[in-house]
Design a protein around this ligand. Structure first.
Ligand code: NAP
Length: 240
């Protein structure tokens, strides 16, 4: 056991769930957030091989419930790791994208990450690590505008926090996946067609698995000298 807690916001995502499993295997006491009750048990299942039962907290990040999350985590072992994996996308092109749709994507994908860090920061022990799940989509603008903008902002937030928090021995990094084979990509016929097109575009010839992304997240939070870094997990599809 590490004697430390880890919080994963968006634990119910495919990537978040894989991160929970790996953190549990390392001995962290995991708290994972979810919104969709149907996906909460999947988080518990991911931690089960480690013999760990995670604390599951239902919250919608747009309701500004980060203080309630912090209250759940307070009083236990010091916080060692915070992973922010929540994100949402709106496919509407800009002329059809309402301000409310824009605000929602930005809120879930980046503003709530800032709020989570702010709320949980006092719970870190004498050192800790934060990882944001970003996306390579912002590098060449390959995605809907609000999502691309939010992920670019998330990277900026990580860099600024890395500087601000370095002397407190809290490291902040971003893991930017390219294309990952998750629910995010969909399960219907159109999604299958898209997967085939993506495979053709990716030098590695396949999409990443959620667990491959989680492996890099765990590496990022575990490395004592890594901060302010962007780790790309894209099978060669994006190279800087
Ligand atoms: N899949 C890819 O190809 C890919 C590529 C690059 C980056 N990413 C990023 O990886 C992260 C995880 O995505 P994933 O692919 O594993 O997809 P996913 O399963 O769709 O993940 C979305 C996550 O965000 C949570 N979420 C959305 N809106 C929320 C809200 N209002 N309040 C609280 N939680 C909310 C979801 O919770 P519920 O499920 O409980 O509703 C879920 O945990 C995302 O940040 C995504 O942008 C994915």
């Amino acid at each position: 056991m590490t004697g430390r807690q880890a919080v994963v916001v968006g634990a119910s995502s495919d990537i978040g769930r894989a991160v929970c499993g790996r953190l549990a295997a390392l001995g962290y006491a995991v708290t994972g957030t979810y919104r969709d009750p149907g996906r909460a048990e999947l988080v518990a299942a991911a931690c089960a091989p480690a013999g760990h039962r995670p604390r599951l907290v239902q919250l919608d990040v747009t309701n500004r419930e980060e203080e309630r999350l912090a209250a759940e985590v307070a009083g236990g072992a010091p916080l060692g790791v915070l992973v922010y994996a929540a994100g949402t996308v709106d496919p509407a092109p800009v002329p059809q994208l309402s301000e409310a749709q824009w605000d929602r994507v930005l809120d879930v994908t980046v503003s709530a990450a800032y709020r989570a860090v702010r709320a949980l920061l006092p719970l870190f022990g004498d050192e800790g690590a934060v990882a944001f799940i970003g996306s390579t989509a912002h590098r060449q603008g390959t995605g809907p505008a609000a999502y691309v903008s939010a992920k670019a902002a998330l990277r900026g937030l990580a860099k600024a926090l890395a500087r601000e928090l370095a002397r407190q021995r809290i490291r902040v990094n971003v893991v930017e996946p390219g294309f990952v084979d998750t629910r995010f990509e969909g399960v219907d016929e159109a999604a299958e067609r898209r997967r085939r097109q993506l495979r053709a575009m990716i030098p590695a010839g396949r999409l990443a698995t959620a667990d491959e992304v989680a492996e890099i997240v765990v590496l990022a939070v575990g490395h004592p000298y890594l901060t302010g870094a962007t780790l790309t997990v894209a099978g060669g599809a994006v190279m800087d």
